[in-house]
Ligand binder design. Structure first.
Ligand code: ZN
Length: 100
């Protein structure tokens, strides 16, 4: 796992709950046709639907995403993540048109 995507240990339980709730399937717009359990637990990312402190928010405030959908999510955008994803070939030079 690369360092930029590591989640704090305290969110691991939350992550597992959401992964099970969403049946291991990315909730992003580019994966709507993906089958249940197609996204491995150690490859899922938590997306916070409501801004604010993560602690104390209910599970409904989160969903799981694959790395590609996570990187392209406008709210989560960071230059470092985009650069890493470009370097890995996960997204192409046209990534700006795919941001959601
Ligand atoms: Zn996805």
């Amino acid at each position: 796992m690369s360092t930029w995507c590591q989640t704090p240990v305290k969110s691991q339980a939350l992550r597992r709950r959401l992964w099970l709730r969403d049946q291991g399937c990315c909730q992003g717009p580019y994966c709507t046709a993906k089958a249940a359990w197609s996204l491995a637990f150690d490859q899922c990312y938590l997306d916070q639907l409501q801004r604010g402190k993560a602690d104390g928010q209910t599970d409904a405030a989160f969903r799981i995403l694959c790395r590609r959908c996570y990187v392209l999510r406008a709210a989560n955008r960071s230059v470092g993540r985009i650069a890493a994803a470009l370097g890995d070939g996960l997204i192409g030079p046209d990534w700006r048109s795919l941001v959601w």
